[in-house]
Design a protein around this ligand. Structure first.
Ligand SMILES: *Cc1c(COP(=O)(O)O)cnc(C)c1O
Ligand code: SF4
Length: 321
């Protein structure tokens, strides 16, 4: 059996864009010098396997269920934190089918505390039938007040977004969020900006998640342009993540001090509404924790999760006093 590596996967649209954009090329082009390492499919970096409440459903935070609708994406980002699952065939089906979705919906129905259901993956738009089935089933559940779609597909293949489906999903709940994963202003092409305008007209509340990436967006001017443009387009910057440390992504991971310095400059320059929350999704712990700006004195060497577990940010291991 050959060992699975996180394959290169792009789209014609991205290949064309990569010719004009170094940032886009770095985000998608396989680099054998750094990535010729088998994907460790036993890994549970974000404790998602340990917090699987129902097959395909991760419950780590109060009130919310994250549904991994598909293990496939429109294209494979080289810095992906879920590359132990995405595209390496952990799940032979690669996507949730109706029987598994029925089980998830039953699970949500019997728990009135679950008010926010998040369709994720992989990319949920790669499983349009499953997404439609999940959300139309949940639309009947009174205690589900918010549904979100977290996707990167629109910036990977804007011409292939199923607009009829998106329009239909937008009407299922008064509060539907669409979270777009965008990390560089070069990703905001005219096609993407046009899609964003259409999503707004459909009634989605638009937010954006990004990842800090060395050599791609580790720059005040680049992030200033990204967030100002998103703000102007009506997309609220939500999270900017610290890149997760796995062997294949080491070249992207930034020093936290550099991230803090950039965020502190941006705090001064950006409209308040254009400023994202800088967070670490703590590995092997439970918490997306906010990183402070350097307007405060603080210790970047240690961080404590929602359950009181303190980790060293150098090693991401429990503190040894
Ligand atoms: C990020 C995440 C959520 C959503 O968290 P918010 O902070 O509310 O956006 C839910 N479940 C899991 C497992 C997550 O990683
Ligand atoms: S779109 Fe998200 S899940 Fe898919 S490869 Fe990129 S980072 Fe990973």
């Amino acid at each position: 059996m050959t060992e699975a590596r996180f394959a290169e996967k792009t789209t014609p649209y991205l290949l064309e864009l990569a010719e004009r954009s170094d940032a886009v090329r770095k985000m998608y082009v396989y680099d054998p010098a750094h990535e010729d390492i088998p994907a460790d499919i036993e890994r549970d970096l974000l404790s998602e396997k340990a917090n699987t409440a129902v097959p395909g459903g991760v419950r780590k935070f109060d009130g919310r269920l994250l549904v991994l609708l598909s293990y496939t994406c429109g294209a494979n980002c080289r810095y992906c934190e879920r590359q132990d699952r995405v595209g390496v065939g952990l799940d032979r089906l690669g996507r949730l089918g109706t029987a598994q979705i029925d089980t998830i919906v039953d699970y949500v129905k019997q728990d009135g505390e679950l008010h926010d259901i998040i369709a994720s993956g992989g990319d949920p738009l790669i499983n349009p039938k499953g997404l439609e089935y999940l959300f139309t089933s949940l639309a009947e559940v009174e205690h589900v007040k918010v549904m979100r779609i977290h996707t990167r597909f629109p910036v990977q293949s804007p011409g292939q977004v199923n607009l009829d489906l998106m329009r239909k999903l937008a009407t299922l709940r008064p509060t539907m969020y669409l979270s777009l994963h965008i990390s560089h202003p070069d990703e905001l092409t005219p096609e993407v900006e046009d899609l964003i305008a259409q999503f707004r007209a459909m009634g989605y509340l638009l937010i954006c998640q990004s990842v800090f990436l060395k050599g791609v967006n580790d720059d005040v001017e680049v992030l200033y342009r990204l967030y100002t443009r998103l703000f102007q387009l009506g997309v609220r910057p939500y999270y900017l993540y610290h890149c997760q440390r796995i062997p294949t992504t080491a070249r992207f991971e930034m020093d936290l001090r550099d991230e803090v310095a950039i965020m502190s400059r941006l705090r001064e320059r950006l409209d308040g509404l254009a400023f994202p929350q800088h967070v670490i999704d703590m590995p092997a712990a439970r918490g997306k924790v906010l990183v402070p700006t350097n307007h405060w004195d603080f210790d970047l060497g240690h961080v404590t999760d929602f359950d009181g577990l303190t980790l060293s940010t150098e090693t991401w291991k429990a503190r040894e006093d």
